[in-house]
Design a protein around this ligand. Sequence first.
Ligand code: COI
Length: 354
Amino acid sequence: RASKEPPNFLYISHEADEKHVDAMNWDKLEFGVIPTDYMYIMICSDGENFSQGHLAPYRKIELSPFAGILNYGQGILEGLKAIRTKDGRIQLFRPEENALRMKMGAERLCMPCPSTEQFLAALKQAVLANKRWVPPSGKGVLYIRPLLIGSGPVLGLGSATEYTFLIFATPIGSYHKSGSTMNLYIENEVRRATPGGTGGIKSITNYSPIFRTVQKARAKGFTDVLFLDAATGKNIEECSSSNIFIVKDNVILTPPTNGTVLPGITRKSIIEIALHLNYVVEERDVSLEDVLAADEVFCTGTAVDVIAVSSITYRDKRVEYRRGKETVFCKLREMLTEIQTGLIEDKMGWTLLI
Ligand code: COI
């Protein structure tokens, strides 16, 4: 074991991944894993406090086969972006929101969590250490993945004996291969989230149960699946990795975050921008009928960004939506992008320069 490794249950391997930042073709970025130079790691061994966080070379990690994360899925993920502005600076977007959301998820999953200050300090270190991997402006972003896991061994059902907080990063391009629009398929059998469940937090266990459903929809040519609420099957909730908005007669509607819908940070920002631009926004149940009668539909998420939906298919009905420069979607997206990329002054106070 190298001297800098944490003393407890999670070990960092010696084997280095090869990294080729000089050979990167920034014009060909996809949404995939490209190892960067460093990761950040911080341990909690007493069930309450995280301490001695440090940067380590990005490496594979070793865990006990009994680790809480591997056996009982005790884990929370986050996602955020470091964006290079037109004049070459690097900025983060609302990172304190990620810290708060991780805390909310950790409480639900009975885990201790780094404080907001610890989260932000760790984030800055991880981004600075990997700054050569932040793509040139307009070519992509550095996607940052904070992860909180039960790393200690456990057998009887209950909280792990040790927790590990990690931050690692990879440069990314567009999430959906289709590029700038989505064709959605409304799923009627599988539900993503149930009342009282974990749909409203970024539990790692929320994702694999929908892989098969998304895979089947993609095989039929759809970009993604739109899930219905479990209680009635009459209202839309969200897609596999994004929140959804509809626009009807210039009123913007989106399902409420009442425990089964993830409180997306891009979702929240789009609502705030819409209100700033004097649109009416309603967070309320959005029925299948509302969706099929909408003028515009779009999705939001850190990874997917703000992306137009060109069609939705439900059973054998396919509805197409308005697109183009004059849409509400375009106006909202434009303002968000301009703030995120430093093209306009950030009067909202959302960006954090690194
Ligand atoms: C994100 O948008 O950051 C996400 O976490 C989605 C991810 C599961 C691909």
